[in-house]
Every structure is written in structure tokens, then in C-alpha cells.
Design a protein around this ligand. Structure first.
Ligand code: ZN
Length: 508
């Protein structure tokens, strides 16, 4: 009979955009998701609700499921802290979470293994590699012989420190991400087999001097689809425990960033190396497939105006690619908004905007009141200037699914959904749920890169990316100071291997 195991599990996760002028605080975690102890166990149990409001089952539920299936495993809930994508963590927020992880692992142990749900592109004041520091903290607390497993977003920026500290690392296999629980389950299964001595994980990884590429980077479309299929095929071999490709969130304040690949075998170094190499070559081969073309605001308005048939059957969806809140932007850009206000007067436009100050002002009014106020440009005033509008308050509410207060403000042809929290314009119901029928709009604005396309498919007759100016501009990623290594596509790079060897610390 297999040995009884005692395994701790916890989460510290956020995706950071280093260019945001804000800081992510403990309150930001508490507002979205901060669950501890038995409440976490209930949330991760079968038929539980791990992250109410956005995911019923995520990585920790997947891990708990793997523990239940393995049998004779006591899974010990520590805590789960998850914040919306945004600014780097304040020093206080990061050290509090890090130290708590170390303290709980020390005081509630001994443990036979540790499972952590991390993002892998989290930034924090005063830390080069916060996710690596969390792994180091866990390692220091439990000692060298105890296996540590971690799940990551596939937009993680992998580091040598993490590869050295963790025994098992598994990334999401879908983009947009829809396999959170399955990723936790896959990582948990390998971790538990490792703790029982049934397998001996040996990991190889490769780091690519490549920040962008792979086109739309969706797992189910060219050019990335064959790479995702290949990882699944690799794992059919009993000698391969897991394979991951990390397509790196580019707006990170780390000295080196880039795509990476990682393969863990059951004690087969040569195979791990060969497969990690193969995946790296496959990623390198798609480096020149450009990310989707982005239009200027005026180009997008002209295309939307000409698309009369598309507008009659649905709407033209404009993705504000420079103010993507799901990639950490503040959500208060007025650049596209101003263009729509001034130059799309013949089009009925719905747009999201994050502006806690405007929300507070409008909350004090009655629905139906006519109000003149400045909107936008309050969170990132260095980048955005407020837009003065005269309009009518159409709706106001406090809603958990909008992360707080939400108001609808109608100024002529422009209807704004103004929120306290980052407006996750994932589905047309973002508009519909506050009384704006999306089928009546000519133009629907979203502040999202890709996931919206799945949910907007029934209504979006045309989807355009609009480049304004903001922290999620792809070229903005190159303004972050880094070491002077060449990186594609900013610099011509002939070969990935020399940079990879240096990043992995191979000097010979
Ligand atoms: Zn991601």
C-alpha cells in the first residue's frame, strides 16, 4: 500500500505590467480573491467554487482532484491570493505574501510535497524574479528533499532560478486560457508520483531571445497549433512527464525576457534536452509570423463606417490594443474614446472605461440626470487626458461581476460603461447586463487581446485592433530597460542558442 502523503497547497498569482503607474496592494488581492485555510479547502472540493465570480475550478481544485484520485493524500490548504492583471506588487504586498508562505510551510509542516499555483510573470518592487523568490522561500522552508510542484500561466517568463528550485513545472496548454484546473491536475499528478518515488523528474529548458512572434498565439490556430499538438504527442511517451511552451508576457520589468520551452522526463536527461531543443526550434521558426495588424483610431472608424452590411447584421468590434486591462493596463485611456466622440458621430458606439472618480460622481446622481463631467485619464494622467462630456446617467449598480460599482453614461452617439475596477470586456453581456443591447450598436469597444473573440463571435461581423498609445503597446515592451542582449523582433537575431546558453548559465 502506498505511503500516506501530507501535501501543502497555495496560490500567489498576478500578471504584471511594469509600465503601469499604479501599485498592486494587498487590498487589490482581497478585492478579487484572497481565501485561506478551510474556506480554500471548501472552494477546491468537488462541486466547490474556487474563485467565485470568475472560475469555479482552477489550478488548486485540479491539484486537490489529483490528490483525491491518487488516494492516501492529505491536502493541506494554506492560502490563495489572486489579483487582476495590473501594476507591480508593492514591496509590502509581495513580502507579506512571500513571508506568509514561508511561515505556514514551516509551522504547519512537515510536508511530503508542496504545490504552488503561480503566474510566472508577476512583478514586485525590489524583486527581479518574484515567482522565483516564492519558490526559494518554499524550498528554504521544507528543505532539499521535499518535491515542489508549480503550475504557471503560459505567459510566464521562465528563469534558471525556478528551474533549479522546482521539481515539477507545468504551464497552461490553452490560449486563451481555459485549462486552469487541468493544469493543476497534471502538475499535481506528477508531483504526487514524485513524492511517492514512482518517478524521478529531470527537467531541461531553453530560453529564446524572442519577445514576440507566433501570430495570434492561439493554441487552436496556425502557426502555434502544431507546437501545442506536438507537446501533447510528446507526453504520450511514458518517459515524458510534461512539456510546456511559455510565450512570455512582454511588459515585465525583468533584465531578460523571452519565450521558453521546458520538458520534464522520468530520469532521462538526454531525452529532456532533445525535446526542449525541438520545441525551441519550432518556436523560433514562427518568430516572424507577426502579431495581428493594428489600425489607427481614424482608420478603424473609417473601416467601421464603410462596413454597413457588417453593422446591420451585428457590430464592428474595436479592440483597444494599447489599453488592454487583461494585460495590466489601467483601463482609463481616452484616446480611442475621443476619436469616437469627435469623429464617429454617425455611429452608435459602446465603450468601456475605468474611472473610479467619474463613477463616484455619477453614483451621487439619479438615473435620468443630465450631467457634465470629465471622464478618463484619472489613473494614468501622464498618458491620458480627460474627455469632457455632457450626457445622461442611464444606469447605476454595484456588481461583483464588474468588480464594484458600474454606471452607464450616454453622451449622444456614445454610451460608456464606466467601472471602478478594470473592465473585463470579455463577453457582449458586459454591455447587455447593464441595459445596453449590444445588437443595437454599430461599434463595440473591448479592452482585451484575444479571449473576447470567442464570446463576441456571434455578434462581431468585423474585429479590428486599434493602436492608440499605452502600456500594452507591443513596442512599449521595448522601452523597459533590460540587459543589452539582442531580442527579436527589436534586433536582428540570427541564432537563439548563444543567448539561451548564457541565460541558462552554461559558460563552456
Ligand atoms: Zn496568460
Amino acid at each position: 500500500m502506498s505511503r500516506r502523503l501530507r501535501v501543502a497547497y497555495a496560490r500567489v498569482a498576478q500578471e504584471t505590467n511594469a509600465l503601469s503607474p499604479l501599485r498592486t496592494t494587498l487590498d487589490d488581492f482581497r478585492r478579487m480573491h484572497f481565501v485561506e485555510g478551510e474556506a480554500l479547502a471548501r472552494g477546491c472540493a468537488r462541486f466547490g467554487n474556487e474563485a467565485p465570480g470568475f472560475l469555479r475550478a482552477a489550478e488548486l481544485s485540479g491539484f486537490v482532484d489529483a490528490a483525491r484520485a491518487a488516494g492516501r493524500v492529505e491536502s493541506v490548504p494554506l492560502f490563495s491570493a489572486w489579483a487582476v492583471p495590473g501594476a507591480p506588487l508593492s514591496r509590502e504586498a509581495f513580502t507579506t505574501l512571500r513571508d506568509r508562505l514561508g511561515d505556514e510551510l514551516r509551522t504547519r509542516g512537515p510536508f511530503d510535497a508542496v504545490f504552488l499555483s503561480l503566474h510566472g510573470s508577476m512583478g514586485a518592487e525590489g524583486s527581479e524574479d518574484p515567482d522565483g523568490e516564492l519558490l526559494a522561500t518554499a524550498r528554504a522552508a521544507v528543505g532539499a528533499g521535499v518535491p515542489i510542484g508549480a503550475s504557471f500561466d503560459l505567459h510566464a517568463n521562465m528563469t534558471a532560478q525556478r528551474v533549479n528550485l522546482a521539481d515539477v513545472m507545468v504551464a497552461y496548454r490553452t490560449n486563451p486560457h481555459r485549462d486552469h484546473a487541468n493544469t493543476g491536475r497534471r502538475a499535481g499528478e506528477i508531483l504526487l508520483r514524485t513524492a511517492r518515488g514512482a518517478v524521478k523528474p529531470v527537467t531541461a529548458w531553453r530560453s529564446l531571445p524572442m519577445l514576440l512572434g507566433g501570430g495570434n498565439t492561439l493554441d487552436f490556430l496556425a502557426p502555434m497549433r502544431p507546437i501545442f499538438s506536438r507537446m501533447t504527442a510528446m507526453e504520450r511517451s511514458s518517459r515524458v512527464l510534461t512539456a510546456s511552451t511559455f510565450m512570455c508576457h512582454p511588459w515585465l520589468d525583468m533584465t531578460e525576457v523571452g519565450w521558453s520551452t521546458l520538458v520534464t522526463t522520468d530520469n532521462d536527461r538526454a531525452l529532456a534536452d532533445a525535446l526542449a531543443d525541438e520545441l525551441a526550434d519550432r518556436c523560433w521558426a514562427v518568430r516572424n509570423v507577426p502579431v495581428p495588424h493594428a489600425h489607427t483610431a481614424d482608420e478603424a472608424i473609417a473601416i467601421a463606417r464603410d462596413a454597413t452590411f457588417a453593422r446591420r447584421l451585428g457590430a464592428v468590434v474595436l479592440a483597444d490594443a494599447s489599453d488592454v486591462v487583461t494585460a495590466g493596463s489601467t483601463g482609463d485611456s481616452t484616446e480611442l474614446l475621443r476619436a469616437l466622440w469627435e469623429r464617429a458621430t454617425d455611429l452608435r458606439c459602446y465603450a468601456p472605461l475605468r474611472d473610479p472618480r467619474a463613477v463616484a460622481t455619477l453614483r451621487a446622481h439619479a438615473v435620468g440626470d443630465r450631467v457634465t463631467l470629465d471622464v478618463g485619464g484619472t489613473l494614468d494622467p501622464a498618458r491620458y487626458t480627460p474627455l469632457r462630456l455632457e450626457g445622461v446617467l442611464r444606469h447605476k449598480a454595484h456588481r461583483a461581476d464588474y468588480g464594484g460599482d458600474v454606471v452607464v453614461f450616454e453622451a449622444g452617439h456614445l454610451s460608456l460603461v464606466i467601472t471602478d475596477a478594470p473592465p473585463f470586456t470579455l463577453k457582449p453581456s458586459f454591455y447587455g447586463a447593464v441595459g445596453l443591447d449590444p445588437w443595437r450598436a454599430d461599434v463595440l469597444v473591448v479592452k482585451n487581446f484575444f479571449p473576447f473573440r470567442i464570446y463576441f463571435a456571434p455578434i462581431a461581423r468585423k474585429t479590428l485592433y486599434v493602436k492608440t498609445h499605452g502600456v500594452t503597446d507591443v513596442d512599449a515592451a521595448f522601452t523597459i530597460p533590460r540587459i543589452a542582449a539582442p531580442v527579436h523582433p527589436r534586433d536582428p537575431v540570427d541564432a537563439w542558442r548563444p543567448v539561451d546558453r548564457r541565460r541558462r548559465g552554461i559558460t563552456v
